[in-house]
Design a protein. Sequence first.
Length: 122
Amino acid sequence: MTNDPDRSAAPDTPALWTASFRLFFAARLVSLLGDAMLVVAIPVLGGALSDRLGPRTTMVCADVARFVVQAVMAVLVIGGTVPLWSLVLLQVPGGAASALFAPGSGSIVPRLTERLRRRTPP
């Protein structure tokens, strides 16, 4: 008797839907759904911050955060051997700052063009 879950499948069961594949498929589905929610959740937070603080303030703060992350990465790389985990860890706040920047960037263009339309006669 073997403990391999793939061997326990009935002979008439298609080879694709073994126990191991079903576990992999379910895990991958949950992972993709989580990734999709993250892509939506951070920009929604950025949009709320942009509405509350103003798009310019949100964009400047996001750019400052990205600058700090990149400066720390540069110091680490120039300083010598950098462990991979530190680079990955620094990408988290850098990516979050980029996601917070996007809604402010999208909402500032209509505000700028509205000001231009008010200045020029029709």
